[in-house]
Each structure stands twice: as structure tokens, then as C-alpha cells.
Design a protein around this ligand. Structure first.
Ligand code: NAD
Ligand code: UDP
Length: 315
């Protein structure tokens, strides 16, 4: 394998930090770019002494001039709480960020990967979601800054591919969890585990019968690397996620069991436009990448709970 110069935007975030680690372990040079909106230096602390790793504070809504062979574009807050904090900046990050990174890819002839999302399907009318489904997205609601920003980024990726012949890889990521999620991230897995460990009430939004399918981070990163390594004609969009589906009540009960917590379940209002169900059809990824998730939810939750225990103990 030849060593490449790889740019990871959003590299100090949850997924980005795992990806940087994986690329360094594979012998590549990694340039990690992040504006630290939701990411932290601590996430990549173990890499800072490595001469093949470089960390740069930069906002992808501004142009970036570097020389690279591959780009993974992950910059964008992923938790509803964070992406709704400054919705205009969220859309700018997805859209201007994509334009800037695609421009960089065009100049350097780098292959470019986009971290898209299952949110492009919105509140889906078909289940499980297949890549050919165009989605059911509200263009003007509180989630739209994220959903429509990511949809527009996909449009840009495919237009750069058609118009300029860029080699693109678009992954539609479904709910992923694991160590280095931010304890105040607001996403369901981190919320439930932190609440359980602190003995606080577990906040279920709505009746808790809405479903999600949770992928452990190591499985997802394996999918990223395999997709990036595919032939030029494989562009995606490709669903990457774990097809085993749970209700939020089932998730809460599993978290209570794993942590041995005495927390009670409390029910709070369902956020606007919260999708009722979500499960990826991963037939395309299975066939193309020979990939499927291996880590069962219970095992992944145990590893994640162990991480949060250390974080909470050090506070
Ligand atoms: P995260 O919030 O931990 O990471 C996002 C990173 O991007 C952070 O380090 C943040 O500081 C950085 N960032 C945000 N705006 C930026 C900007 N303008 N310029 C530079 N850096 C910026 O979230 P994550 O879970 O690691 O998600 C990474 C990517 O994967 C995101 O693009 C997200 O939309 C996508 N994704 C994640 C999931 C998931 O379940 N984790 C699901 C679908 C899609
Ligand atoms: N959720 C919940 N309690 C929480 C946080 C989230 O019940 O404390 C629900 C949320 O309403 C959604 C699901 O869990 O139905 C997943 O939410 P998350 O924010 O993790 O991601 P989403 O898939 O909605 O982007």
C-alpha cells in the first residue's frame, strides 16, 4: 500500500477522530481540519505527537489551499441540538464547505468522500430506506438546515462528478455511536448513557416507539475506508449503517440493564419533524464492499458506557 496525504475535515469530531486514527494506523499522512465547534483537541490528543499527523484550525466555509491525494469531508455538526444552534452556519458548512472542498479536489485531482446522512430521506415513507428513495424532507422546518444542506451537498458532489470528472464517494450514514461522542451532544445514545450513569431520569421523546438502527463506530469507519478504496465508477450514494432496528424504549431498557442504573424513564415532547422510523437497506454496501456491521448493540453500548464512565469520573 502506498502512503497518501489525506485531508479529514471535521477530523476532531466523534467520527473524524476515529477515522484519523485509522488512517494513521494504515501509514498515511493525515491533515485534520476542524473549527472545534463540536470537536475537541482531546479527541485527537493521542495523534498529536505523530509526525504524520497535523491538526489545523480552519472553518470549511472558507477556501483552503493545501496539497492532498484524498479528502474525507466530515465537517458539520451532527446532533440536532448542535446543528439547530446556528442553523444558517449549518447550511453554510454543508453547502459552502462542499463547494470549497470540491474546488480543492478539482485543483489537486484528489478523490473526495462526503459524509452524507440518512436525514436526506427525512421522515421516510418507505422502510427500510434504499438509496433509490428520494426522501420526504420538510424544506422549512428546524431540521431543514441540516437535511437540505446535506442534500444540496450531494447535488454538488454529483455535479462536480458529471461536470468535472471528479472521483466522488458519497456515504449516507445512519445513526452511529461509540466512544468520543460528546457527553452533552444531545443525541440519544449519549443522552441515555450519561443519564443512566448519573442516576438521572432517562428522557424519552414522544412515546418512545419511534425507531432507529444504531451502528458502532468501528464498523462504520471500516465502511468508509472500503468505500474510498472502490473503483472510480462507484460513486454511491451508499447507505452505511447497521440494519438492526430498535425502538427508543428498547434502547433505554438496554442502557439501564448494561449500566445497572436505577434511572426511571420519563416522557418528554417529541421534537418537530422527528422521523418515526429509520433502518438502512445495506444490500448495495454488502455487494460492493463485502461489508456489514459486526458489533451488536449490547457490546457497543458496553464499550461506550465504559468510555463515558471515565469521562464523568475525570470531571
Ligand atoms: P461531530 O459533531 O462530533 O463532528 C463534526 C465535526 O465537524 C466537529 O469536530 C466540528 O467541530 C467540525 N465542524 C463543524 N463545522 C465546521 C466547519 N464549518 N469547519 C470545520 N469544522 C467544522 O459529529 P460526527 O458524529 O462525528 O459527524 C461527522 C459527520 O458525519 C458529519 O458530517 C455528520 O453530518 C455525519 N453523520 C454522522 C452521523 C452519526 O450518527 N454520527 C450520522 C449521519 C451523518
Ligand atoms: N431521543 C430521545 N431522548 C433523548 C434524545 C433523543 O428519545 O434524550 C430520540 C429522538 O427524539 C429521536 C431518536 O431518539 O427519535 C434519535 O435522536 P438523535 O437526536 O440521536 O438522532 P436523530 O436520528 O433524530 O437525528
Amino acid at each position: 500500500m502506498t502512503s497518501k496525504r489525506v485531508l479529514v475535515t471535521g477530523g476532531a469530531g466523534f467520527l473524524g477522530s476515529h477515522l484519523c486514527e485509522r488512517l494513521i494506523a494504515a501509514g498515511h499522512e493525515v491533515l485534520c481540519v476542524d473549527n472545534f465547534f463540536t470537536g475537541r483537541r482531546a479527541n485527537v490528543a493521542a495523534l498529536l505527537d505523530n509526525p504524520r499527523f497535523e491538526l489545523m484550525r480552519h472553518d470549511v466555509t472558507f477556501p483552503l489551499y493545501v496539497e492532498v491525494d484524498e479528502i474525507y469531508n466530515l465537517a458539520c455538526p451532527a446532533s440536532p441540538v448542535h446543528y439547530q444552534f446556528d442553523p444558517v452556519q449549518t447550511t453554510k458548512t454543508s453547502v459552502h464547505g462542499a463547494i470549497n472542498m470540491l474546488g480543492l479536489a478539482k485543483r489537486t485531482r484528489a478523490r473526495i468522500f462526503q459524509a452524507s446522512t440518512s436525514e436526506v430521506y427525512g421522515d421516510p415513507a418507505i422502510h427500510p430506506q434504499v438509496e433509490s428513495y428520494w426522501g420526504n424532507v420538510n424544506p422549512i422546518g428546524p431540521r431543514s438546515c441540516y437535511d437540505e444542506g446535506k442534500r444540496c451537498a450531494e447535488t454538488l458532489f454529483f455535479d462536480y462528478h458529471r461536470q468535472h470528472g471528479l472521483s466522488i464517494k458519497v456515504a449516507r450514514i445512519f445513526n452511529t455511536y461509540g466512544p468520543r461522542m460528546h457527553p452533552n451532544d444531545g443525541r440519544v445514545v449519549s443522552n441515555f448513557i450519561v443519564q443512566a450513569l448519573e442516576g438521572r431520569d432517562i428522557t424519552i421523546y414522544g412515546d418512545g416507539l419511534q425507531t432507529r438502527s444504531f451502528c458502532y463506530v468501528d464498523d462504520l469507519i471500516e465502511g468508509f475506508v472500503r468505500l474510498m478504496a472502490t473503483d472510480k465508477e462507484v460513486t454511491g450514494p451508499m447507505n452505511l449503517g447497521n440494519p438492526v432496528e430498535f425502538t427508543m424504549r428498547e434502547l433505554a431498557e438496554l442502557v439501564i440493564e448494561i449500566t445497572g442504573s436505577r434511572s426511571k424513564l420519563v416522557f418528554e415532547p417529541l421534537p418537530v419533524d422527528d422521523p418515526k422510523m429509520r433502518r438502512p437497506d445495506i444490500a448495495y454496501a454488502r455487494a460492493t464492499l463485502d461489508w456489514e456491521p459486526k458489533v451488536p448493540l449490547k457490546t457497543g453500548l458496553e464499550k461506550t458506557a465504559a468510555y463515558f464512565e471515565t469521562i464523568l469520573a475525570s470531571r
